[in-house]
Write a protein that binds this ligand. Structure first.
Ligand SMILES: [Mg+2]
Length: 196
């Protein structure tokens, strides 16, 4: 089936951002749980305190974020081919709006964490499919981490493209991994031609 909708992750996918997630998880003492689920499970006052720590790291990384090389051209390339573009991030809407406005990017639909649907759950992707009226076979997920792969798998999306220079980290996954946006673009041309 012809791809109609590309669902993008934000941090690490559209933007190069300086998150040290290992350190942040240590600082929050998440005990191996995903950060957002862990924070949700806490009681006050610890909850507000730790949300504040996460938001401080996010703000700093957002301020220093730069557009990944080739991403603007890639988004335009998809737009020219009438491919819908969704953005699904576990980051906050405030940071999404800051970055989209700073780099003048537009998406057909955006889901941030305020919606309560977080990766690695497939729920935010189901929401995209419902909103944009596309089937899972018509979607591709573009991310940079295992959370993106887990969420895509749960949502039943088979087209999973990962932008990451450490290819070996994903060797046991069902995703296709690219070390540059240019390599991703070449693969996308093949995909769109093959399915026409
Ligand atoms: Mg990411």
């Amino acid at each position: 089936m012809k791809p109609k909708c590309f669902i993008f992750d934000m941090d690490g996918t559209l933007f190069d951002t300086e998150y040290d997630w290992v350190r942040i998880k240590e600082e929050l003492n998440t005990q191996g749980k995903p950060i957002l689920s862990y924070l949700k499970s806490l009681k006050e006052p610890e909850k507000s305190l730790k949300w504040g720590i996460l938001e401080k790291h996010e703000k700093k990384a957002t301020r220093n974020a730069v557009l990944k090389k080739g991403i603007m051209e890639y988004l335009n390339f998809l737009r020219e081919r009438a491919i819908l573009q969704a953005l699904v991030t576990n980051n906050s809407m405030e940071n999404v709006e800051f970055l989209l406005s700073k780099f003048n990017l537009k998406f057909d639909f955006v889901i941030s964490r305020e919606r309560g649907l977080w990766k690695p759950s497939g729920a935010p992707f189901w929401e995209v499919m419902k909103k944009l009226k596309v089937k899972r076979q018509e979607c591709c997920v573009i991310g940079d981490s295992h959370f993106d792969i887990l969420a895509a798998n749960e949502a039943g999306i088979k087209c999973i493209f990962i932008l990451n220079e450490e290819k070996e980290r994903f060797s046991s996954s069902n995703a296709e991994v690219f070390n540059s946006v240019e390599a991703l673009r070449r693969r996308t041309i093949d995909l769109l031609q093959a399915r026409v």
